[in-house]
Design a protein around this ligand. Structure first.
Ligand SMILES: Nc1ncnc2c1ncn2[C@@H]1O[C@H](COP(=O)(O)OP(=O)(O)OP(=O)(O)O)[C@@H](O)[C@H]1O
Ligand SMILES: [Mg+2]
Ligand SMILES: [Mg+2]
Length: 694
């Protein structure tokens, strides 16, 4: 049983399911009993549920024979849509192919009749018709057609490498067909048996003597399952049949279709025979592509044991249409769209040989090449035939047999070495191209690393950034703190989740005081920009900003004001967008601590102190302490007075509307008189008491 309907040999997408069946979940087969599929009416509260009452041993059903297939077709063919419908063809065709790959069939005939019946015939051994030893009164043919998990591919005796695995394929097709007739030519006779919806209509009958051999299945999919409008699509069947022929060069597939069913370019009759197998396919596929050399193709059979590998590989500097590269892989003619061990083996072999070739020709850069570089611009088709393939999961989409990797790697090694050395010009061109891809990849990785490092830049910043945990800018704050000791208190007093701390050394800032250009040149200050995530000048983008607020937190004294003004100037000169957008703030640490009789208040400045004494202490004489700097405050004090959004005061830095006033501002800030700057900040700060976020 294979679940992948569409061989991707032609690189086309599965057709869209017909509108009537496109609905998901898949349409409920009309034959399924209503009660099993409808949700029970919700029971009213406190009333015993009818459903519960009826749920006993007798509710547990065991589906027998082919019933489960008709009841849950999705489990066997992936749905009831057009893809699932065509999967019926894949099952029957796979069985015929298995017979061909086993060396017993040379030809397969596919025919779609105008009444919608699809026939697949092969000239293989014919399904055995003699009585089955385990099921008296039943022929092997009947067993195979009506019982799940019956087949000749479990032991590897009748078939060495088969696409069939589970012994369900043909029985599923039978279950889902309104009518199915099998004809077997075998042992000098023609035999026939017919079925409907999985039930036999007749016993196996001997029709008459015949010298032919092989099997013919002629069936009509059941409209009860697939819908009254469901029809096989000639173009799709044609593609599937053709794709199979490429995969096994020992088979001829004859195609025939009732002309009245064809609405496109699909021929009514055709013959598929590709003596060069995959090489033919790849040549057809890349006929309009400029390639870097010839197709490297071959076929190797494992000596002594069952197993074979066939491949075709070509490189193109410009890629293949939509894709830079592609890889189509098959195991026992079953497509494996998710790749697996056979693909890995092929990539490993190609890579090793290319590296070896580079070494031999003295190109040291060969060491850079990885399998990804080799495959990135390659068109690859690979097909393996192995015994007992293991697939990952139910779907046969990915091959996991480690055996396949070894087989492929070994098979390709010598042929590829030879191919490279026998046409050195071509080999050099391919190697050169792949080496360039490797160098590009390394460069991209380096760029990325630099980007990542500059995003945090913990160690290279002036001082040390303690970032906040939240990745998103929204609700986050960066405190730019004067000095390491203040930085320490701030780190303890912060909310780790949303508040980041960047201590700066005053000395660095002084360097910036001369001119804006110098500031920009100052490597450490531009590091600050990198910590913020933004770039200075024209490249500034406010969406890059890593924090919602940037808060300058300096001592509440003249020096602190100086540093703050330098920083404001720096931002104004290099990234004014931060100020314009209102992202820049000044923290307002207190200058005084006033306490009396268990009450404590903090005052920003002298005026504030006087105000508090009058208002809060009503003429009493509170104890007054003066903070010499932020670093002197205990972390909890710093948090309460300056950092905690619930209790702090922030001043937003704004720009005057007038351009001239802006010049004044800059002059004031940059001027030689520190008092002026301090005053300016005091005057122009827009106080924000916020308990917005966090
Ligand atoms: N065209 C054929 N010629 C000879 N034997 C066949 C043919 N088709 C089916 N059989 C026999 O019938 C068995 C059952 O086929 P079926 O498709 O149900 O299962 P399978 O091919 O073994 O596994 P899978 O479920 O993976 O397809 C096969 O194993 C094979 O022995
Ligand atoms: Mg099968
Ligand atoms: Mg079966």
């Amino acid at each position: 049983m294979t679940s992948s309907t569409l061989p991707s040999l032609f690189g086309d997408e599965p057709e869209k399911p017909a509108a009537s069946e496109a609905a998901s979940p898949p349409a409920v087969p009309a034959s399924a009993p209503e009660k099993a599929l409808k949700a029970p009416e919700p029971a009213r509260p406190h009333e015993p549920s009818i459903v519960d009452a009826g749920y006993g041993a007798s509710s547990i059903e065991v589906l027998e024979g082919l019933e489960p297939v008709r009841k849950r077709p999705g489990m066997y063919i992936g749905g009831t849509d057009e893809k699932a419908l065509h999967h019926l063809f894949a099952e029957v065709l796979d069985n015929a192919m298995d017979e061909a790959v086993a060396g017993h069939a040379k030809a397969i005939w596919v025919e779609l009749d105008k009444d919608g019946y699809l026939s697949v015939r092969d000239d293989g051994r014919g399904i055995p018709v003699d009585p089955h030893p385990k099921y008296p009164g039943k022929s092997a043919l009947e067993v195979v057609m009506t019982m799940l998990h019956s087949g000749g591919k479990f032991s590897g005796k009748a078939y060495e490498t088969s696409g069939g695995l589970h012994g369900v394929g043909i029985s599923v097709v039978n279950a889902l067909s309104e009518k199915l007739e099998v004809t077997v030519w075998r042992d000098g006779f023609e035999w026939r048996q017919s079925f409907s919806k999985g039930h036999k209509l007749t016993d196996v009958e001997q029709v008459g003597p015949s010298k032919k051999k092989g099997t013919l299945e002629r069936f009509l999919p059941d409209p009860e399952i697939f819908g009254a409008e469901a029809r096989f699509k000639p173009a799709r069947l044609y593609r599937m049949a053709k794709a199979k022929a490429y995969l096994f060069r020992g088979v001829q597939i004859f195609w025939k279709c009732a002309a009245e069913l064809i609405q496109d370019q699909t021929p009514a009759e055709d013959k598929f025979y590709f003596p060069n197998g995959l090489a033919d396919y790849l040549a057809e596929r890349v006929k309009d592509t400029e390639t870097l050399g010839d197709i490297f193709s071959g076929r190797v059979e494992r000596k002594g044991e069952a197993g074979a590998v066939e491949w075709a590989v070509v490189w193109s500097g410009a890629g293949f249409g939509e894709h830079d590269g592609f890889c189509q892989s098959y195991c026992n003619t079953i497509p494996t769209p998710d790749g697996g061990t056979h693909e890995a083996g092929l990539r490993a072999a190609l890579t090793r040989s290319l590296k070896g070739y580079a070494e031999m020709t003295g190109d040291k850069r060969g060491g850079l090449i990885t399998a990804e570089d080799v495959a990135a611009y390659a068109g690859i088709v690979i097909s393996v035939f192995i015994r007992n393939p293991e697939f990952q999961g139910q779907t046969k989409d990915r091959l996991s047999s480690s055996d396949a990797q070894r087989l492929v790697e070994k098979a390709l090694a010598d042929p590829f070495d030879h191919w490279l050395t026998s046409a050195p010009k071509q080999a050099d061109r391919i190697l050169q191209f792949i080496v360039e891809r490797a160098e590009e990849r390394l460069k991209r990785r380096k760029d990325k690393e630099v980007q990542r490092a500059s995003a945090t830049r913990k160690l290279r910043l002036p001082g040390k950034l303690s970032d906040c945990a939240r990745q998103d800018a929204i609700g986050t704050e960066l405190f730019i703190v004067e000095g390491d000791s203040a930085g320490g208190s701030a780190k303890q007093g912060r909310n780790r989740n949303t508040q980041a701390i960047l201590p700066l050394r005053g000395k660095i800032l002084n360097v910036a005081s001369a001119t804006g250009d110098k500031a920009r040149q100052n490597a450490e200050l531009s590091d600050l920009g990198l910590a913020l995530g933004v770039q200075p000048g024209a490249k500034f983008k406010d969406t890059d900003l890593r924090y919602e607020r940037i808060i300058i937190m300096t001592d509440a004294d003249v020096d602190g004001a100086h540093i703050a003004s330098l920083l404001i100037t720096f931002f104004y000169r290099t990234m004014p967008g931060i100020i314009r957008n209102g992202n820049l703030f000044l923290a307002m640490p207190p200058l005084y601590r006033l306490s009396h009789g268990g009450k404590t208040f903090y005052a920003r400045d002298d005026a504030h102190r006087a105000e508090l004494i009058a208002k809060e202490f009503k003429g009493k004489k509170p104890e007054i302490g003066r903070f010499k700097g932020l670093g002197e405050m205990m972390a909890s004090q710093l948090k309460e007075t300056t950092m905690d959004p619930k209790t702090r005061t922030l001043a937003r830095v704004t720009l005057p509307h007038d351009e001239e006033d802006v010049q004044d501002l800059v002059e004031t800030l940059m001027g030689r008189k520190p008092e002026l700057r301090f005053r300016y900040i005091q005057d122009h700060a827009e106080f924000v008491t916020d308990d917005l976020d966090v």
